[in-house]
Design a protein around this ligand. Structure first.
Ligand code: SF4
Ligand code: SF4
Length: 112
């Protein structure tokens, strides 16, 4: 979890020392992983509706989470509200990528 993607599914990098690669890995969706850019998401809910397996849902960010967003993300919250998509059930994902293809904000990366 980082300030840019507070709702992302966390990467498990604890077992290997790859700190120098971590920023790059945080921008890549690995197999069986859905990454949602919270700053870009406007909470429209299209990904929730189109996902065949109810992997994604919506929730309201807390004040602390909003404070941790970069400027772009806080501006989006101001205009679009604090409701954001998040991954609630990654085990049900079948990597169909419908969410990624239909997000008008390009906020989702779905792994293969
Ligand atoms: S479709 Fe994109 S912008 Fe809309 S809720 Fe999902 S991630 Fe957010
Ligand atoms: S890749 Fe398919 S199954 Fe996985 S979250 Fe996206 S729409 Fe749902």
């Amino acid at each position: 979890m980082n300030g840019n993607n507070v709702l992302d599914t966390p990467l498990n990098l604890n077992s290997i020392n790859m700190q120098s690669l971590k920023p790059k890995l945080n921008r890549i969706a690995l197999a069986g992983e859905i990454r949602i850019n919270t700053s870009s998401c406007d909470g429209c809910g299209k990904c929730v509706d189109i996902c065949p397996n109810k992997v994604i849902s919506l929730r309201d960010l807390s004040d602390a989470e909003i404070a941790g967003l970069p400027f772009k993300g806080r501006v989006k919250v101001f205009f679009k509200g604090r409701r954001k998509a998040y991954v609630q059930n990654i085990n049900a994902c079948i990597s169909c990528k419908l969410c990624e293809k239909n997000c008008h904000e390009s906020a989702i990366q779905a792994g293969d």
